[in-house]
Design a protein around this ligand. Structure first.
Ligand code: GLN
Length: 448
């Protein structure tokens, strides 16, 4: 009930929430209460949680931040949602996002965009804008977002919370609306790594409904996260990530955070990820290609909106529906991706990008011979004012320079608060080898 009071008080300004079903959530709360009284314990029993509105929670509308899904009601639960419900977590709201998770600021939502609780004239970061704001503003201790190229880590950095992008496959994508399937991962968000680990442990593991899902080693350590002994830990600093363009205030916070690691006995070692400069191009070629294919399902026949225009042919109805229902960033990506995949350009763009992706992944592999984890900025700067980048898609894409390489490589990475500069928060990113998610969180725990 307290959570709903808080939403009523704050969300008129913050716009983090797109839908609630208060009666249903209160009913789930009563059930959790009965289980608690009966002596049952799970890591999330009775904990309120907010879900990004590209995750299916049956019975509630799901918009994906788009008009094209007007009227669509989720007919089933995503696997991650089902596992949380079974463990007694209480979903309380569906959260705002950039349309179909495409964006870095939250501004590409088809609805009033979410605002940064630290300064409501600034963006919260995206695309999991509402999920992160919900945690930062205290609506709920836990939230789920999704991270295709940085969408939980970037807003976490802008809003002073902790968010994990797991190793690709550790969290089932069944019931997460596909944006770019080879990159999409669900990402848990909380104030600290310890809290986030509670939800992560309950959700992780193989799911027969997602053939790319894998088992997470040491999952049992998540229910009671212990700090890792950092003595002798080699923390690699990718030289390409500490280059020009990093705001001095953010740089200062990173240096201070790295001194904390050193203070606990960690050793800082320089490493190089030489193909970093191709990461943004590679990501936006692969991402838009997959987007163009995945979003073809929104055709006015199967889901949500159907145009009322007087189109007299099926093709006319489909194109009117897509024209009315989809926003400018989504259309831009569908066009770019369709172009990349078309005959004559496929080899030059899509295939080339696949090869570059392999090189980027190999860079990380080589770096992990010299370092146990890597540390880096999350974004070159802090939260920017509304409108600062909406007219310049390239500037918006560049906010992701430090978050897309790990997504291309499928590696676990997290963003955790490093402090404030100029009155605004900024995070530090930690990156681990594949399937080292639990240890990565234990490193974060030692810092927090
Ligand atoms: N900002 C990136 C993009 O627009 C990442 C989005 C995401 O991770 N969902 O594609």
């Amino acid at each position: 009930r307290g959570a709903f009071d808080r939403i009523r008080t704050l969300d008129g300004t913050l716009h983090a929430v797109l839908a609630t079903d208060e009666a249903r959530s209160l009913d789930l709360a009563r059930k959790a209460d009965r289980r608690l009284r009966a002596g049952e314990r799970t890591p999330v029993l009775g904990l309120p949680i907010v879900l990004k509105d590209n995750l299916h929670w049956s019975g509630l509308p799901m918009t994906c931040g788009s008009r094209v899904l007007d009227g669509y009601v989720a007919p089933y639960d995503a696997t991650v949602v089902r596992r949380l419900l079974e463990a007694g977590a209480i979903p309380i709201a569906k959260a705002n996002l950039d349309e179909f998770a495409m964006g870095s600021s939250g501004e590409y939502s088809a609805f009033d965009p979410a605002r940064n609780p630290w300064d409501p004239t600034r963006v919260p970061g995206g695309s999991s804008s509402g999920s992160v704001v919900a945690v930062a503003a205290g609506y709920a201790p836990l939230a789920l977002g999704s991270d295709t190229g940085g969408s939980v880590r970037l807003p976490a950095s802008f809003c002073n919370v902790t968010a994990l992008r797991p190793t690709y496959g550790v969290l089932s994508r069944y019931g997460l609306t596909a944006m770019a399937s080879s990159l999409d991962q669900v990402g848990p968000i909380a104030a600290t790594a310890t809290d986030l680990a509670l939800a992560f442990g309950v959700m992780a593991g193989v799911d027969p409904m997602d053939s790319t899902s894998v088992e997470l080693p040491h999952r049992e350590r998540l229910a009671d996260l212990r700090p890792l002994d950092l003595n002798g830990l080699r923390v690699g600093l990718p030289e390409e990530y500490f280059a020009d363009g990093l705001e001095p205030g953010v740089r200062g916070l990173l240096d201070a955070a790295l001194r904390v690691f050193e203070g606990q006995g960690a050793r800082l070692v320089p490493v190089s990820l030489p193909h970093t400069r191709y990461a943004i191009d590679t990501y936006y070629l692969l991402c838009t290609s997959e987007v163009s294919s995945n979003l073809s399902r929104f055709d006015g026949v199967r889901y949500g909106l159907r145009s009322n225009s007087a189109a007299s042919t099926l093709a006319g109805m489909i194109s009117e529906t897509r024209d009315e229902g989809l926003g400018p960033e989504v259309k831009r990506r569908i066009l770019l991706g369709t172009f990349c995949l078309s005959r004559g350009y496929y080899d030059a763009f899509y295939l080339k990008a696949l090869k570059a992706r392999t090189l980027i992944a190999a860079d990380f592999h080589a770096a992990f011979a010299q370092a146990d984890i890597l540390a880096s900025p999350v974004s070159p700067g802090t939260a920017f004012p509304f409108g600062a980048k909406t007219d310049d898609p390239l500037a918006m894409y560049l906010a992701d320079v430090f978050t897309v390489p790990t997504a291309l490589a499928g590696l676990p990475c997290l963003s955790m608060p490093a402090g404030f500069t100029g009155g605004l928060p900024a995070g530090i990113q930690l990156i681990g080898p594949a399937l080292s998610d639990v240890r990565l969180l234990e490193v974060a725990r030692a810092f927090q």
